[in-house]
Design a protein around this ligand. Structure first.
Ligand SMILES: *Cc1c(COP(=O)(O)O)cnc(C)c1O
Length: 458
């Protein structure tokens, strides 16, 4: 097939956006207490806060919405969604939920108890919180290179098998309800996990009799990297690679707001009938009846269509190309980013960008605020504000290893010209980086402070 030089779609519906004046932008970010989560969408020119639920749906996804069956029980849309899960992921049972974290609530709330340990490559923040809320502890078993932003590795999201096995031996199988692998590894920069690594994790967990689940929000972006980088997968389709990926796990939690390009939705999919029935009462308590789980019939119908659509080779190739395009533009300005560029976002290495700011002054969030004021672009800081924790023994602040600014690219939403504008804005901030001041907290809630904190300039 010839490689297409441009987007494999054309635009049928548009939504106007506008760039406020510089003075207005400065006022808006101040009024937002230097926390980009407090900005109004209408005041943002290019919104790279997240790729979650922000994708442009296709005409076929919208058409599916019109044929949703809104029955409380036994909706036809649920059965079509189940068929899609069976066809695309290869799992028998489907538990729909309103989004990914709700799937985590149902799975983790049932399977994790006090004192349990759940090994990961790296957990996403909501997943980690669900485990802690249930008295368990997530443990990272990522490769050492995963913590080195400048080090290139084709599968930086891989599980370190030795670390995993040491952990299993140390804590004992009885305290490990399951192992979970995040594909792609969002927290580590959207980095892929190889098929070989998944097979190894599978073999090891089977040997110990521990179930394996995937946190699969970006499984198709992962498949694309396997297709491009792993021997033996050059000639396989993304649909084939995706099916093989899921064949190594017992089930998955899934945020449908990512690769499936839906605006809302999530689910658990699994093969084991006994576990499926164990999970249902919690589903009904927190989400809804077993055949809708917190979603409207139209969303279920849309998701059925979305699962088939997400493995389209031409679309995925173009998406990853755009993320790489933004990464190259930013690097060409001398700015350090996490390498290689992952599937859904470019992560700017803020420790290298603002070396004069200590982590106690939240450099990643200071840069996010500065980028907005400079260019109307909204990214998000992922560093000390999001991930610092108090050490349970010493009571001291433990800072995360990485201080990053994430520029997540919504799917099928922005053009390369928007990417040019993002890189130009960030480039201008870089020119005057030495003048940038840090932030201090004036209000923080007890949990999840990076969403809710209020800050001011130091
Ligand atoms: C987004 C995400 C989640 C949570 O899903 P929501 O739909 O936002 O609740 C879980 N894991 C990963 C890897 C994610 O990216």
């Amino acid at each position: 097939m010839d490689e297409e030089p441009a987007e494999p779609y054309r635009i049928k519906v548009i939504e106007p956006i506008r760039l406020l004046d510089r003075e207005e932008r400065k006022n808006r970010i101040k009024e937002a207490h230097y926390n980009v989560f407090n900005l109004k969408s209408e005041d943002v020119y290019i919104d790279l806060l997240t790729d979650s639920g922000t994708s442009a749906m296709s005409d076929t996804q919208w058409a599916a919405m019109m044929s949703g069956d809104e029955a409380y029980a036994g909706s036809g849309s649920f059965y079509r969604f189940t068929k899609a899960v069976q066809d695309v992921l290869g799992y028998r049972y489907l538990i729909p939920t309103h989004q990914g974290r709700a799937a985590e609530n149902v799975l983790i709330g049932n399977l994790v108890k006090k004192g349990d340990i759940v090994p990961f490559n790296m957990p996403f923040d909501t997943t980690s919180n669900h485990i802690r809320v249930n008295g368990g502890q997530p443990v990272e078993c990522a490769l050492d290179v995963a913590y080195e932003p400048q080090q290139v590795h084709p599968f930086k999201g891989n599980v370190d098998i030795d670390k995993l096995e040491d952990l299993v031996k140390k804590v004992g199988v009885g305290r490990i309800p399951f192992v979970m692998v995040t594909i792609t590894n969002n927290t580590g920069g959207g980095q892929p996990v190889s098929m070989e690594n998944l097979r190894e994790v599978r073999m090891m967990t089977s040997r110990y009799g521990i179930p394996l689940y995937l946190d699969a929000a970006r499984c198709v972006e992962n498949s694309y990297f396997v297709h491009r980088r792993e021997n033996g997968y050059e000639n396989k389709t993304l649909a084939e690679i995706t099916l093989e990926t899921f064949s190594y796990a017992d089930g998955c939690t899934f945020s449908a707001k990512k690769d499936p390009m839906a605006n809302i939705g999530g689910f658990i999919a699994l093969n084991d009938e006994k576990t499926y029935h164990e999970l249902l009462p919690r589903l009904v308590t927190y989400e809804g009846f077993t055949t809708y789980g917190g979603l409207a019939g139209r969303d279920l119908e849309c998701l059925a269509q979305s699962l088939y659509e997400m493995t389209d080779e031409r679309y995925v190739a173009n998406r990853i190309r755009q993320v790489e395009y933004l990464g190259k533009l930013i690097e060409s300005r001398g700015i350090k980013i996490v390498k290689p560029v992952g599937g859904h976002a470019v992560f700017v290495d803020v420790a290298a960008f603002l070396p004069h700011l200590p982590q106690s002054q939240f450099p990643a969030d200071a840069l996010a605020a500065e980028l907005y004021a400079e260019s109307g672009v909204r990214g998000v800081g992922l560093g000390a504000l999001a991930f610092s924790r108090l050490d349970e023994e010493t009571g001291e602040q433990v800072f995360p290893k990485l201080e990053l600014l994430r520029l997540a690219i919504p799917r099928r939403v922005y053009t390369d010209r928007h990417m040019d504008a993002v890189a130009d804005g960030l480039g201008r901030v870089y020119e005057r980086r030495k003048e940038i001041r840090g932030l201090k907290i004036v209000y923080e809630p007890p949990l999840l402070r990076h969403f809710l904190a209020r800050l001011e300039r130091v």
